[in-house]
Design a protein around this ligand. Sequence first.
Ligand code: C2E
Ligand code: CA
Ligand code: CA
Ligand code: CA
Length: 277
Amino acid sequence: VAKEKGNRYHFFDAALNAYITRRMIIEVELKKAIDRNELVLFYQPKIKLSTGEMVGMEALLRWDHPKLGSISPTEFIPVAEETGQITAIGEWVLRTACHQNKVWQDQGFQSLSVSVNVSARQFEQGDFIKIVEKALYDSGLNPKFLELEITESIMQNTCESIQALKEVRELGVKTSIDDFGTGYSSLHVLKELPIDTIKIDKSFIDDIENKTNLSIIKTIIDIGLNLNLDIIAEGIEMQEQFNTLDRLNCGYGQGYLFSRPVPANEFQKKISDEMIA
Ligand code: C2E
Ligand code: CA
Ligand code: CA
Ligand code: CA
């Protein structure tokens, strides 16, 4: 036993320890994040590729902790999903995004649709539909200007979750399949879920010149057109990617080429500049 206690093992223990400690801190601090107003929504424009006009924006969550600094959603969302905190956080995101969009509409900006990311776990709460209804009612936002982005992982959920998705859509809310093509059952998803939009995953866009990626993108666009769904590509960073996607009749796009996700005040400046232009 003593022999196994070499330096390597000590190093491993230390790394694991640091990981567990950080995770525990995140879990504890996240409980207070909403009340302390540490959560913020950033917004990233969605662009109609054929005209270049902005049609909507995706709300992306940021957590600014006073001591830990800015924590990425890729780090804290999985923790929130595991602990169930995603329920309260998701509700805050939904309410904030609906409210903000209505404020912009009331200020006279062109009506844009706001997309909100929803974890599969949120559909497991029995009252998800009520939460969406209440966010719409309290904000006064027309349901057609709200879109929910879900991932294929919702297929692992019970029938009740899929039923909840159907009911949300019956309210007039739009639905989108995020990261499309990365799951194991993408085609099955299209058959089973009531959706309006397919979002082609960034991994296919990154190396769009690759023959396999290009074929996959073409196929997804074809399926989308045949099923009467909107297609949006995520992670467009370069003009060549834009050109290729536009040529392939991909309807919409999103990415750093157009804009990074920005805070609400900066986004507002963007849409007012666009209105003047
Ligand atoms: P996602 O929904 O796939 O969001 C797209 C991610 O790609 C965002 O990262 C966005 O900032 C980033 N991105 C957009 N355009 C580009 C680009 O051109 N290049 C590159 N390299 N990246 C780009 P972000 O904001 O860090 O969010 C990461 C993930 O966290 C999201 O992936 C989503 O799964 C999750 N997330 C964010 N906000 C929420 C939320 O409110 N609720 C839930 N449940 N998940 C969220
Ligand atoms: Ca998304
Ligand atoms: Ca995505
Ligand atoms: Ca993605």
